[in-house]
Design a protein around this ligand. Structure first.
Ligand code: PNS
Length: 159
């Protein structure tokens, strides 16, 4: 089975990587796809996010990095894939994820969303928290891979 793991990945964290690694073991192929949304302000450009993701999944041979614009259902159809993976961290994610999964099913009845529970050590982790902590000089070394940590520090402080 081939699955799509869509998201903003601004930037990829250990929480995302945990989901990607577990998908890579369970499914034949995993397409990690970054939403290209020009109206949303992001720290990293789509090209930078692609580069970061490619680096951190380079040892996972069945993982591909791609981007998409517009509706996820249309992208999935174009790629001929009918299964989407989303990670669930806590009940706070549930409401939004349920809404999104049901909307996607409304738009395309063939599209199925599978939820993977985050590993417990990452339930508190999000890209926005990482950016906030880094912005105040906090230690993010346990939250993102080294390569991503360097990219964040360079982006925020130029070092
Ligand atoms: O990492 P994120 O920001 O939680 O990812 C959200 C994402 C990119 C999966 C979601 O916003 C999305 O699929 N956007 C594309 C537009 C779309 O299809 N919207 C309808 C479903 S809500």
């Amino acid at each position: 089975m081939i699955v799509i793991y869509p998201g903003s990945f601004d930037p990829v964290t250990y929480g995302h990587l945990d989901i990607i690694e577990r998908c890579s073991k369970k499914f034949d192929q995993v397409i990690v796809s970054i939403l290209n949304n020009p109206t949303k302000k992001t720290l990293f450009s789509v090209d930078e996010r692609i580069k970061l993701l490619k680096e951190v999944v380079k040892d996972l041979k069945n993982v591909e990095i791609d981007t998409f614009s517009g509706l996820l259902v249309n992208y999935a159809k174009t790629r001929g894939i009918s299964t989407v993976i989303r990670g669930l961290r806590a009940v706070t994610d549930f409401e939004y994820e349920l809404q999104m999964a049901l909307m996607n099913r409304e738009l395309d009845n063939e599209l199925e969303t599978i939820f993977l529970m985050s590993s417990s050590q990452y339930t508190f982790l999000s890209s926005s928290m990482v950016k906030e902590v880094a912005g105040f000089d906090g230690d993010i070394s346990g939250l993102v891979p080294d390569y991503v940590e360097k990219a964040i520090n360079y982006k925020l402080k130029g070092d």
